[in-house]
Design a protein around this ligand. Sequence first.
Ligand SMILES: [Zn+2]
Length: 375
Amino acid sequence: MPRFGFTLHATDGTARTGTIATPRGEIRTPAFMPVGTAATVKGMLPESVRATGADILLGNTYHLMLRPGAERIERLGGLHRFMNWERPILTDSGGFQVMSLADLRKLTEEGVTFRSHIDGSRHTLTPERSMEIQRALGSDIVMAFDECPALPADRDRIAGSMRLSMRWARRSRDAFGDRPGHALFGIVQGGLERDLRTDSAEALREIGFDGYAIGGLAVGEGQAAMFDCLDYAPGLLPQDRPRYLMGVGKPDDIVGAVARGVDMMDCVLPSRSGRTGQAWTRRGQVNIKNARHADDPRPLDEDCTCPACRGYSRAYLHHVFRAGEMISGMLLTWHNLHYYQQIMAGMREAIAAGRFDEWQAAFHALRAEGDIDPV
Ligand SMILES: [Zn+2]
């Protein structure tokens, strides 16, 4: 079986472009991973997600273990077969979502015991159980089990949590074992404390992972604080492994993260926004609910090649949102995911050509102009 591997093709400043090879196909980086929480990217067929340009999806361990259950998915042929997506899948470890979604959590050295937010049933997640679940799902990129506090949090809490996560990272590595063709990523923690981030990165490098994630950001600290951290955090990680920034973000967050050396990102934003009438375009955010679109025969974005922009007017998108029609969320989600993948493709090309600064200037200039004037 082909092994997991990362090849760096070009750098421009601290920005990088490369390819992650997996037995289920290549992932072009910088990569954006749409989120398929409950074994679906809501409102999208898998072939439509692929048509937007996505090479990889993210699945959530916490949601899938509760419903329909990891062992059930395994009996049904694994997550790829179950959801009809044959390309790579990354699964999170469940740690972050247990802490943010589950009821009555109890955190110990061993792991986390909690009650399901769906039916109140009792479950335990440990590094070993998280590895077992992600193996049952058939995940291509498995995340180490970790824990992180919401920011702001006091330094002692952040330090204690980071050290616990590093002990769990070791246990995750041991439990993962040797699985050719599958990758295990460690997660750097430490909040906004540079010395803690440095200690965390060193601890992970000593254990050794196939890739490294930067966790514990995009949890309420704001873009300026996140960028301050990203000014040094990617540089703490090995050059020859992919770097994944978890849970980010808005288009300008993504561009800023790539400029600082990040290779992979995921976020629910493009799909979630699509269901609430929010579109992301080259000119910024468009609220399709707004009455100004009711008589507008123009597409969301004249230059966008997605089905929502090629076939439908702003007036139609406004109407189906107001009427509560399912196609509203489907079309806006498609547009948003398409736009996000266009950003990634544009950045990959610009970095390879050594003109990423120019690309960023054009990206910010068009956004600053804002949406087209009303009809
Ligand atoms: Zn579009």
